[in-house]
Design a protein around this ligand. Sequence first.
Ligand SMILES: [Zn+2]
Ligand SMILES: [Zn+2]
Ligand SMILES: [Zn+2]
Length: 345
Amino acid sequence: MSPFAIEKGLAGIGGSPKSVKKLRSGDLLLETNSAIQTKSFLLAKSFLNNPVTVTLHRTLNSCRGVISDNELMKSTEEEILEGLSSQGVTAVKRIFMKKGTTLIATKHVILTFNTTKLPSTVKAGYIYCKTRLYIPNPIRCFKCQRFGHSKTACRGRQTCCKCASVDHLTSDCQSAELLCANCKQPHSSDSKDCPQWKKEKKIQEVRTKQNLSYYEAKKLLFPEQNSMSYSNALKSSISQPSQTDERLTKVIVPPLIKLKPVQPNVLRVKNVSTTKTSTESPSTNSAAQSKIKKHSQNAKQAKASDQWELVKEKKQKAAKLAFWQNGGHITISVPLPFSYKRGLS
Ligand SMILES: [Zn+2]
Ligand SMILES: [Zn+2]
Ligand SMILES: [Zn+2]
């Protein structure tokens, strides 16, 4: 159809959209100006006398962020979703790390928001969690080893991940030499050192940061490259490959910090304690303090510490008074069998 006819047809449905792009698949990607305009287009059943289907774009109307907090380790994805849904969160996915054959839960949780702008924090219960932009890893097909589509959409040839041979499965590989199916260098196709992987990762970064489609980001980064370098599988595939179903378990995460059981004598167990001044002072950790004292052989130091105790006492008294007069911060400590590293602060 002529672009003039298309433009007229679109204006006839819901007025001129903010932008119109033709995708590789032949579909039109519209950016609308208002919710009313969106609705008009969504209700459309035909376009220039042809039947059409209009759907919301799967990824361009939302954004994803990561929060990382030990306090949320015990919360299920369902609980987090319920707790954050009023802040625009529509999906929650915890990142798991693969160790051998077992999956280990990490403190990193991916949140999907129903907006295109990532909020800087979310409030999970009483905790404020900082959000970081989530940049998904590139999708690599487990069948043909190429990037940009998944195994289920693959029309390529079965290729060994280790030696790039098309004669056997990766699990049956006997080859001693590694060969990447994408760049032909001596590493396996799933290597993070692969220049092709790095390139794809960069595309994901630009795509996420600028809220672009995969092909827009690719064109922006590598304008000189044509589609020849992509697999035949992709070329023959009619639909635009989706970038949304990344393998969550393959996401690189910082190494896990092993949680150490806390020695009972270091645990600060108080019921309800005092004011801001006293909680901020590092020397109020009485158990640690007495421990330091016991080991101190220096008399001078002990004297200084006595003086400090006096000053501290005075300060605490003054602060207590101010607290009863003005109100302030209180600490609530609950004795626990163990605690997270951060929980002790
Ligand atoms: Zn494939
Ligand atoms: Zn092989
Ligand atoms: Zn490679």
